[in-house]
Design a protein around this ligand. Structure first.
Ligand SMILES: [Zn+2]
Length: 507
């Protein structure tokens, strides 16, 4: 859902009738949206407005059957176009007519409609499919979590390919209706508001709705046996949390953390401004992974995140992403700092509020712990490269950059920026460079040098930059460990998405 000029349908249609394009003017849409980190991600030639997913899932066999109806608008004269998808497709219709389709590469579904689609036309694509997501391997890897009682889709930068066809890149966000039928006694959790739930002949259908633009990787599905808690915030937002019934010894700590979601969101509103969505929550399925993910309105948490007890800091991190990452999304994956630098910094601010170490003390400790020859400093948070997209440096050095900014422009301008940015780019996409410009405009100071030092140089910033950032100690022996340090460090696994280490890069 890019922002665009809305042309009334009738006028657009009459223009198209008046100037018929010849077949030669219709060309295939690109097989990628143009992200150099992940060339196969997303597609060209159209823009999705809405996904309607009607699914049936069998926890016993992992069989997922679905019909995806996609409302899109063409951005060029299209002879054919791609969706990103891996399960087995039985039928594709475009505007009601059967379309030819073929699989190309690992994750491309190439669709040739009966006739070319003119630029600027509203198009409805229906894809019928079935398959077992756990058996679908893309470069030897599945993002789908199989659990003893079901399955879960929650992964970054790609998860959709394993369960629904999409234009799989944050640049094309859309609204969603996700309707899932599962055997009675089992639940289906997704994003947004639960509109309804009904049971018939042994199957229960859950109807979820996300009414604000949502990136495909932030769209989640969890089927399993959950204990569900529901509540409303003081402001009236519905809160739905879900906990696998099999969390064992982690059950208490998971609840003690995630039941504080409304409290954390309320505090984040004082830092980032009004919460951008109409629902809140979190869920903990019985998965073996250790990471968490900011799936929109309802973050995913691995049980292992609570191995050492409750951790509110991880809830702070994932909820901070609702502003920084979900409402304002990356333009390309190289812009990951706009997500992770701020989510990590929000943990420092929470620590500051809780009296467990100020952001400055945490910055000082990070800096002191990392000697100049630590490879940590070779990672450029402003453009880390696909292999280091979720490197600790994107988080910790990324947060150091914000502490340097805070010292440079003062608290008043700094917090005005933290609040103003999510509003300025709400429900859209933004680049690191956009943030630099926004910070310069808001503070009235030239900041290109500061951001170059902290985000783009492959070396440790030394004096005078480090001194200006309040970083005075050069070895860990000289700083006391802030009280929040271990809790925050424990959330370093939030970006340990597993497959980078176990299965090699996907792209
Ligand atoms: Zn994060």
């Amino acid at each position: 859902m890019h922002r665009r000029l809305i042309v009334p349908g009738a006028i657009a249609a009459s223009l198209l009738l008046a100037i018929p394009a010849s077949a030669a003017d219709f060309t295939p849409g690109a097989s990628g949206i143009g992200d150099p980190y992940y060339p196969a991600s997303g597609n060209g030639g159209y823009d999705v407005a809405h996904y309607d997913l009607r699914l049936k899932y069998q926890p016993g066999t992992d069989l997922l059957e679905g019909t995806a109806t996609i409302n899109a608008r063409t951005t060029q004269n299209l002879s054919r176009f791609n969706l990103d998808f891996g399960l087995t497709v039985s039928e594709v219709r475009v505007n009601g007519k059967k379309a030819k389709f073929a699989r190309t590469g690992d994750q491309e579904l190439e669709i040739t409609p009966a006739a070319g689609l003119p630029k600027g036309a509203d198009v409805t694509v229906v894809v019928r499919y079935a398959g077992k997501p756990s058996e679908l391997k893309v470069n030897g890897y599945t993002a789908w979590h199989r659990t003893p009682d079901g399955g879960v889709a929650a992964q970054e930068p790609e998860a959709a390919v394993w369960w629904f066809p999409s234009n799989d890149h944050p640049l094309d966000k859309a609204t969603y209706d996700v309707s899932v039928s599962v055997p009675d006694g089992t639940q289906a959790i997704s994003n947004g508001v639960l509109r309804s739930q009904s049971s018939k002949l042994g199957w229960t259908r859950f109807n979820w709705r996300s009414n604000k633009p949502q990136a495909s990787y932030l769209t989640t599905l969890a089927v399993g046996k959950f204990d569900i808690t529901t509540d409303k915030t003081e402001g009236g937002l519905p809160v739905i949390n879900a906990y696998s019934k099999d969390l064992g010894d982690n059950a208490g700590a998971a609840r003690a953390s995630i039941e504080r979601t409304a409290e954390v969101a309320e505090w984040l509103e004082t830092v980032f401004g009004e919460y951008p969505f109409n629902a809140l929550g979190g869920y903990v399925p019985n998965v073996k992974s250790s990471y968490a993910l900011e799936t929109q309105t309802r973050p995913f948490y691995s049980p292992a995140a609570f191995n050492n007890g409750s951790n509110t800091s991880i809830v702070v991190h994932e909820l901070a992403h609702q502003w920084y990452g979900d409402s304002v999304s990356v333009h390309g994956w190289k812009d990951i700092w706009v997500n992770e630098g701020f989510a990590r910094y929000s943990q420092w601010l929470w620590s500051e509020k809780e009296g467990e170490g100020t952001a400055q003390e945490l910055a000082d400790h990070v800096y002191a712990q990392r000697p100049a020859d630590d490879p940590f400093w070779t990672v450029k948070p402003g453009d880390p490269g696909p292999d280091d997209q979720f490197h600790t440096a994107v988080y910790d050095r990324g947060a150091l950059a914000l502490q340097a900014l805070r010292n440079e422009i003062g608290d008043e301008a700094f917090f005005a920026i933290l609040k103003g940015w999510p509003k300025a780019h709400a429900y859209g996409n933004a680049k690191v460079g956009d943030f630099v410009k926004y910070a310069e405009k808001t503070s009235g100071k030239p900041l290109a040098g500061l951001f170059d030092t902290w985000l783009y140089q492959p070396t440790r910033p030394e004096a005078p930059a480090a001194k200006a950032a309040g970083l005075t100690r050069s070895s860990a022996a000289h700083t006391a460990e802030p009280k929040s340090w271990k809790k925050i460090a424990a959330t370093n696994t939030v970006h340990d998405h597993g497959h980078e280490h176990e299965h090699g890069r996907k792209h």
